[in-house]
Every structure is written in C-alpha cells, then in structure tokens.
Write a protein that binds this ligand. Structure first.
Ligand SMILES: Cc1cc2nc3c(=O)[nH]c(=O)nc-3n(C[C@H](O)[C@H](O)[C@H](O)COP(=O)(O)OP(=O)(O)OC[C@H]3O[C@@H](n4cnc5c(N)ncnc54)[C@H](O)[C@@H]3O)c2cc1C
Length: 525
C-alpha cells in the first residue's frame, strides 16, 4: 500500500511529494489538469524558501533558472522615480525571481529523480476516512475511476480545494471587490535588470490606479499586473485566482494603463499571454481533520503583495513531510502531527493579515522593514511542540526559531571551510553542542546512551573553539575558527536540537540537561 496521497501538483503538492520521498515515504501525486498551468502567478522566491531548496538539494538549479530581484522603483502620482534597493547580503540567499511555471517544472524534475511522476488528468472526487485509513475516489479525464486507500491524504489542491470541501472545513474571509489583469510583455525602458516597478495614483476612499511590473529572467520581459478598468472587469468571474475562462486584456488595454501612470510612456510589445484574476483573503478554520491535511492555497489565500503565498505553502509542506515520515516509520507518536496546525496556521493567519493591511494602505503606512517578507524571522517559539530549557539568554536564537547559518567551520582531514547549513543538511535531527576540550569523550558516551533510547534519527555535531580536539566515534567535530557559530548562536545556551526542517525544537544550557531526553521522549511517544 502507498502510504500518502498528495492531491494537486502545484508548487506545494510537488514540494510535499518530493519531501516525503526524500524522507523515505512512498506517495502518489495526482492533478486534475492534463498539463501544468501556463500562467505565471508567483515570481518572488523568498530567502527562506531558497534555504529550504538548499536543504532539498535544488537551490542551484533554481537560481540558475531565475534572476535576483534587486529592488523596487516607485512612481507615485507621476513624480520622478524613487529607487529602493534591498540589501540582504547578510542572509545566505537574497530574493529570487523565478516564474511559477519554471518552479513547477524544476520541482517535477526533482520529484522524477525519486521515481515519482505526477498522475495527470486525475482528480480527487471524494474522501472517506476511519481509524484504519482514508479512501479516495479518483476520477480520470478518460472516464476511468479508482477507489484507493491511504494512511494520509494531503490537500495541496489550491484555493478551491476538494479536500477542504470533503472535510467540511470552513474557509473564512472575504473577496476583494475589484478585478485585476495580468500580462507577460516586453517593455522598452531604462529600468535596470532585476528591478521591479510600481506606479501608483492614490485615490481617496477607493482602490488606487496602479501598474506593477515584476522582472522575468528573459531580458526585457515583465509580468505586469493592474486593476482592470470597469468595462473589462465585467468579463471575469468572482472566484479567487486566474480567470482562465474569461478573455484576458489586449496589449492596448495594458499599454493604456501604463501610459496613464508612467510619465515616460514606455513601449509595451509582444504580449505572450494575459488574463483576468480575482483575489480573496481566507484562512482554513483547521489545517487537519483526522488523516487529512491542508497545505498551501488550500489553507490560506490572500493578495499577492510581498510574494508570500507560494512560499508559505512550500514551507507548510516542508514542515509536515518530516513529521509524517517519522510517524509512518514508527519512530514518532501520531500526536506529533498536531504540531503541524499549531505551527503553520498562525503563520498563515499572519500572512493573510499582513498582506491585507499592506493592500489596504497601498504603501501609505509602509515602514521599511528589510526582513519582513524574507520569512527568515518566522518562529514557532511558544507553540506546544517546542521546548526551551535555556532560560532567558540575551543572544542567539531561541527554541522555535530558524537555525541560522554560520561560516568558516573546519573539520579534521577536510581541506576547505564548510558552512553550518552544509553540516545540517539531511533528514535527521541534529544536536548542535558547544564543546569544551575535555567534553568530547563525555559527549561520545552520551551519544551512545541517547541513540539506544530514542528511535528518532539523530546526528551529534560538536562545535569546538580550540585547536587539537580529536574526532570521537559517533560525533562530528567542527572547529569554529571564525567564531561564527559562537557569535550567531551565543555562548550561554550550549545545546540546540535542530529539526529536519531547520527549526530549533529544543534548546538547553547543556546537552546533559534532562529536558532534552524529555523532549525526545515526547516526540517518540
Ligand atoms: C498574480 C499573482 C501573483 C503571485 N505572486 C506570488 C509571488 O510572487 N510569490 C508567492 O509566493 N506567491 C505568489 N502568488 C500566489 C501563488 O501563486 C500561490 O500561492 C500558489 O500557486 C499556491 O500553490 P498551491 O500548490 O498551493 O496551489 P495551486 O498552484 O493552485 O495548485 C493546485 C493544484 O491542484 C490541482 N487540483 C485542484 N483540485 C484538484 C482535485 N480535485 N484533484 C486533483 N488536483 C486538483 C490544480 O489543478 C492545481 O494544479 C501569486 C498569485 C497571483 C494570482
């Protein structure tokens, strides 16, 4: 029996299936469409998603296919342009631009490396679950049907999710009143490569006139979006998302909006595709019911402001996959799966609230916060499955935070420096311990004890400041020659248990702290 069915092969379903496979879980993935969607919705890839892709082993190929988003040119009321450059050079990755169809193509190729192909033209019709399993009725475009039973089903089937409907989960929120238009065009202007452009005319008590251009990797090409004029707005429906049935705007319609807002009246040409789209702001009342979960747009939809939707969904999948793998492999308690909603629903709620506020203020209240949309500050601190035994410490990340990267680590016998992210990469939990010279043998003994007690796959990484500490069986020792780990993680909390999704699950003053064993026992059940 295949353990998991992933419904939907958008960016979130593809990530879900690939991550399950990387963690050793057999799954199927179906999509009702015969071919992937040709429209480009998401372009912005956040620094945190690039860290996720780094762990998955696909960051390089994604970066090769994209371009870096360097900043934003704003033109307000036709005044001279103001360029804001975004400096994220202190993070491992900056903000990438990659059209969603490319993201999906590369994720599908990555999934193929695990021997998994999307079953296209296959839609989920209905679900039924009991304590033994969850049965899905699948319907194919050729008329064939299938009833198959799984241990879990993940609904990554977008805003109009069949899984969410089948579970009877409310999708609370509302629709924005206006219709938007999208197009993929060539623009002749002096905008430097990698810069986005936003032209606005603010109107009291009404939506502004706006024109937004996000650069695509091909030189001179942009995905442009704007509010549709009333005569064109009628042609769209009211459901969230691309109105693929409705006629899209023509090149002249898009040029007219650009001309009215950009004094230089840049020439637009070669419209490759266009469409109308609508936006709603909604959050699923639950992310899980029994053996079924929701992820991505099936769980949260909101305005595209700040490019958060796909990225949030990819990180939903990254959060859930390792937990399902531990539960299906018998290493963790089924209760661990409750942490998915506890951790990810507040993130979804925050994204809906923030994008809504940004959209309503149209930049009027904007206080520049360089890291706000990078997603590196997302933290699960204070949620039920995170444990902090270090007490108040004034430096370094707390339990629940993303484990930050560090550079310049040296390992005995290895002739080059390594990054902490390279050390953390993989599917196990990693216990990261600041070690004094005398402690290495004790840590090796502790490692043997803890490995015999817990079935949670665990690697132990010792960080030493001094020279001449030798490798011990069962632990990997790295010398922090640049003091980078000590600086980034602080020196008071001396042990961090880093989960497979790169978040700190437990933190303590010492690895000998009884809290670590309590934490692991709780996950194991
Ligand atoms: C104009 C615009 C710009 C955007 N820009 C950004 C951005 O820059 N950055 C960002 O992060 N996000 C952005 N977004 C949001 C982003 O596009 C979505 O969040 C993302 O597509 C969600 O991915 P998903 O996999 O959850 O859902 P989807 O991409 O909607 O995929 C769902 C899949 O499920 C399939 N499906 C549906 N029902 C069934 C069924 N019953 N059985 C089988 N298959 C089914 C569908 O065919 C589809 O392939 C933007 C959105 C828009 C509209």
């Amino acid at each position: 029996m295949v353990d998991v069915l992933v419904v939907g092969a958008g960016p979130v379903g593809l990530t879900m299936a690939a991550e399950l496979a990387r963690h050793g879980v057999r799954c199927r993935i179906v999509d009702r469409l015969e071919k992937p969607s040709p429209y480009c919705r998401a372009i912005g890839v956040t620094p945190r998603t690039l860290e996720v892709w780094d762990d998955m082993g696909i960051a390089r190929e994604m970066i090769d296919a994209g371009l870096w988003i360097e900043g934003l040119r704003s033109i307000i009321h036709g005044h001279p342009p103001n360029d804001a450059h975004q400096d994220l050079s202190d993070l491992p990755y900056s903000q990438l631009g990659l059209p969603q169809y490319e993201t999906e193509r590369l994720l599908a190729r990555h999934l193929g490396r695990f021997g998994i192909t999307v079953e296209r033209g296959t839609g989920l019709h209905s679900l039924q679950q009991d304590e033994k399993g969850i049965s899905a009725r699948l319907e194919r475009l050729d008329g064939g049907t299938e009833n198959a039973t799984f241990r879990y089903v993940i609904g990554c089937d977008g805003a109009h999710s069949t899984v969410r409907h089948a579970l009877g989960i409310a999708f609370e929120g509302e629709a924005m009143p206006m219709t938007f238009m999208l197009g993929d065009v060539h623009v002749a202007w002096d905008l430097p490569r990698g810069m986005a452009l936003r032209a606005l005319r603010l109107v009291d008590n009404a939506a502004p006139d706006m024109f937004v251009a996000i650069p695509l990797p091909e030189p001179g090409r942009y995905r442009v979006s704007m509010i549709a004029p009333s005569e064109l707005a009628q042609s769209g429906g009211s459901d969230h998302g691309i109105q693929s049935e409705a006629r899209g705007p023509g090149l002249g319609d898009i040029q007219a909006v650009a001309d009215s807002l950009i004094p230089d009246k840049p020439r637009l040409s070669d419209l490759r595709w266009s469409s109308m789209f609508r936006i709603s702001m909604r959050l699923a009342a639950q992310y899980r019911r029994g053996r079924a979960f929701l992820a991505g747009d099936a769980a949260h939809i909101h305005p595209p402001t700040g490019g958060q939707g796909m990225n949030t969904g990819i990180q939903d999948a990254y959060n859930l996959a390792w937990k399902l793998a531990l539960v299906l492999g018998g290493a963790a308690s089924e209760k661990l799966l409750d942490s998915y909603e506890a951790e990810r629903r507040p993130v979804g709620a925050d994204v809906v609230a923030r994008t809504r506020a940004a959209n309503e203020s149209h930049g009027r209240d904007a206080k520049p916060d360089r890291l706000a949309d990078t997603q590196v500050r997302i933290s699960y601190n204070g949620t039920a499955w995170i444990q902090d035994d270090a007490g108040p410490v004034d430096a370094g990340p707390v339990a629940g935070d993303r484990a930050p990267d560090s550079t310049g680590l040296r390992r005995q016998g290895v002739g080059f420096p390594v990054r902490l992210f390279d050390v953390l990469r993989g599917t196990e939990h990693v216990l990261l311990v600041h070690l004094g010279r005398e402690e290495a043998p004790d840590l090796a003994a502790f490692t043997r004890k803890i490995s015999s007690r817990s079935r949670i796959p665990l690697r132990i990484v010792g960080i030493v400041q001094e020279e001449g500490v030798n490798e011990q069986a069962g632990i990997a020792l790295y010398r922090d020659v640049e003091n980078s780990v000590a600086h980034t993680y602080g020196s008071v909390a001396a042990a961090f248990l880093i989960r497979p999704d790169g978040y700190i699950g437990w933190r303590g003053k010492s690895y000998r702290d009884a809290g670590l064993v309590t934490y692991l026992d709780r996950i194991s059940g």
